[in-house]
Design a protein around this ligand. Sequence first.
Ligand code: UD1
Length: 354
Amino acid sequence: MPMRILSVVGARPQFVKLAPIARAMSGRAEHLIVHTGQHYDALLSDVFFRDLGIPTPDYNLAVGSGSHGHQTAAMLSGLEDVLDSVRPDWVLVYGDTNSTLAAGLAAVKLHLPLAHLEAGLRSFNRRMPEEHNRVLTDHAADLLLAPTEVAMKHLADEGLAERSLLVGDVMTDVLYTVRDELLARPRPLPAGAVPGEFYVCTIHRPDNTDDPQRLASIVASLASLPKPVLLLAHPRLRELAARHGVALDQGAIRVLEPLAYPELVNAVLHSAGVVTDSGGLQKEAFLLRTLCTTIRPETEWTETVDLGWNQLVGQDLGTLAAAVRRPRPADDGAAPYGDGQAAGRVVAALLERG
Ligand code: UD1
């Protein structure tokens, strides 16, 4: 009998990570997918399944939005029913969202083996909901699949070395595939964007959106940048900007919908730089050797900073304009995120240990 592995996803970055895993599972295991419904807008969910060739989820819990407690509780309760009826050999959870934490808890309470993909990342910022989600999930899991040496060290520091395995970063797998497709078959940029003459920008972290003054300062800094800023507005940003009375379409800013994954990679590839508070986008910029400026006091992806491709701008937004204009570092070909073959190692690790 093939091993039965159940992946639980719910939010945009998890769909990207699921894509190479689903492909690597094909023909090797019975792979079932649960979508919690944390993200439900087509632009945050359906387009990723379509563009990245991910099978339609076997279960969709449709939990939708809510406070952390309500959302996580709804997922926990729905997942318990699914996990109990499926009884998989492994529950595989991804990253650091509320969907990750809920699935991790549901699995261990049912004594189902739990594997955490993208284990060991730490921001050491306890204000971030993701930091709690990742620490709690790592300590609950039976198998910790780490993307980097730095993540392995964090796990060892927390006494988790024996359960940890370095597999590389699965987002690198999918990014390289999509980049190569784009190089073979170029796509148009968003209307009006001139290659090399715009910044790609995303802002959605609570620490940047929830305080009206902080959000207004970030928007004012973006508005004064020297090239057009394509602001790919997450619904959370739009909602909070409207609530705080902060107009987003000021100065250099052009407000666009979130882009589908291939369009995003294409835009980053041809941009003058990225300005973001997303985790995944910092790494994608690095892998595409595009300068990134991160509007956060710290990052989990410290290699991007150490290698000179990412610069952090925390409280002092006055430094943003100089940061986006800094020169590119020399490219020494460093590959801290692996070789683009991580998903195969993940599946092999699960099959060996089942
Ligand atoms: C979540 C993750 C975050 C990840 C991000 C990627 C948590 C705690 N946060 O943040 O780690 O970086 O996804 O995008 O799990 N909304 C919609 N449509 C949707 C989904 C959300 O309009 O399809 C709006 C709702 O107003 C909702 C808000 O966005 O309240 C926030 O959504 P939520 O899933 O709670 O968190 P994100 O900010 O998306």
